[in-house]
Design a protein around this ligand. Structure first.
Ligand SMILES: Cc1ncc(COP(=O)(O)O)c(C=O)c1O
Length: 431
């Protein structure tokens, strides 16, 4: 009986998945956060009984501290994403057993079978988030709930398992606290955290993964603007498309990033640092490099409009984008941010290149900047489009008033200079 059962299992799983897809759907919040539930719990193929697969459980954590800590390099020598801390978190998943006990152990290479699906079909969903440490040792994460929700959303899109977001957030706090000495506490320094989820099924068939691995690694990073604010130059790109309706561009999947290198190299050859990704007949602006995009226009009534392309298939829902929008809208409602204009309006709407050309001509193009975890705000001073450059004023300090005030407000919240519900202290976790 046992051998018949194991012989049937792979087929049973496939047919059950199909059946679950037809069950009434769960509320969107559950569907987003707890994907295995939205597929419906697995059933025993012989008895048809529901089998509740275990979710990530921080109480099962196996802590295996390194016996040979690395020598930490001086902060001033750090290059983004090249240095890694002593430990990493790993959690394995299988469709039979669910999430297994999390392990925090020494940072080390992964061992993968050459047939692992991640190596062939790009089953990789990832996140980028940061921890900040004060001189008094307080360690803070910035809106980690948003990164957890986005990773779950990416996982669901890539047929990878989803998880309890609070449980992973707790484990990340533990990892960060274990390696907290690695977070430089000089101004502008932080710890970049990279949660990654990969498909590890050892089989070449293209289908849902029976096995996956979630791991989290951490890298101390220096200030983005170490030598003053440096505006970037963009090449408005029509030859390549980053995202398209029905595609995966609004998910943080590895598959979206590798193909961006050739366009970026071509832009670099023409003297631009990033691509400005356009979409459609009317050359709508979508994102800049791997950042969300904001444009400030002066209005005829003397006011200023801060516009950003709307979310949808073409735009990644950035945590910084959401924060900038919320802060700017808060300012309009009365939670004033010094430096932002009084008569500000904030819009999420389609912006096309023709509008930028027109605004440059009229003198109403006031600021363009990208937003993302790495730089928070990255100012643009030039956009190559149709063989000529559109010039954007950046002022003597290299960034306009809107970019400057939002950059300083976001970083003050991230570092705890301003108390805010977005800034989550990690020191309270027990190791
Ligand atoms: C394509 C893309 N757009 C925008 C962003 C900015 O997102 P966030 O503010 O969450 O870092 C990122 C970085 O994660 C990205 O990869």
């Amino acid at each position: 009986m046992a051998s018949l059962r194991s012989a049937l299992l792979p087929f049973a799983r496939v047919s059950l998945r199909t059946r679950h897809a037809q069950l009434p759907s769960l509320p969107p919040s559950l569907g987003l956060m707890r994907g295995y539930k939205s597929r419906g719990p697995a059933r025993d193929p012989m008895t048809g009984e529901m089998i509740a697969l275990p979710d990530i459980d921080p109480s099962l954590l196996k802590l295996e501290p390194t016996s040979s800590p690395k020598i930490r390099p001086p902060s001033s020598t750090l290059i983004f994403g090249r240095t890694f801390t002593d430990h990493m978190l790993t959690i394995r998943w299988s469709s039979n057993s669910g999430w297994q006990a999390p392990v925090i152990g020494p940072y080390r290479p992964l061992e993968l079978d050459p047939s692992s699906t991640v190596l062939h079909y790009a089953f990789t969903a990832f996140e980028g988030m940061k921890a900040y440490r004060n001189e008094d040792g307080t360690v803070r994460l910035f809106r980690p709930d948003m990164n957890m929700a986005r990773l779950n959303r990416s996982a669901a899109r890539a047929a990878l398992p989803t998880f309890d977001p609070k449980a992973l957030e707790t484990l990340i706090k533990k990892l960060v606290m274990l390696d907290s000495e690695w977070i430089p506490n000089e101004p502008g320094y932080s710890l970049y955290i990279r949660p990654t989820l990969i498909g590890t099924q050892n089989a070449l068939g293209v289908g849902p993964n029976s096995d996956a691995l979630l791991f989290v690694i951490c890298s101390p990073v220096g200030p983005y603007y170490a030598s003053g604010y440096k505006p970037v130059q963009l090449l408005a790109t029509k030859k390549y498309v980053r995202a398209w309706p029905g595609g995966t561009g609004s998910h943080k999947l590895g598959v979206n990033y590798g193909p961006g290198i050739v366009p970026q190299s071509e832009a670099a050859k023409e003297g631009y640092s990033q691509n400005l990704w356009l979409f459609g007949e009317d050359d709508a602006l979508t994102e800049v490099g791997t950042m969300n995009l904001f444009v400030a226009f002066k209005k005829p009534d003397g006011g200023v409009e801060l516009a950003t392309p709307p979310l949808g298939d073409l735009v990644l829902p950035g945590v910084t984008r959401d924060s900038v929008l919320a802060l700017a809208r808060g300012h309009i409602k009365g939670e004033k941010i010094p430096g932002l204009p009084d008569n500000l309006t904030v819009t999420e709407r389609k912006v096309v290149m023709g509008e930028l050309e027109e605004a440059e001509k009229n003198g109403t193009l006031s600021e363009v900047f990208g937003t993302g975890t790495a730089a928070v705000i990255s100012v643009v001073d030039r956009i190559g489009y149709n063989g000529r450059d559109i010039t954007i004023p950046t002022g003597p300090r290299g960034l306009g008033p809107i970019a400057e005030s939002l950059l300083s407000r976001v970083t003050d919240i991230q570092t705890g200079k301003i108390e805010h519900e977005w800034s989550i202290v990690a020191n309270d976790v027990r190791l």
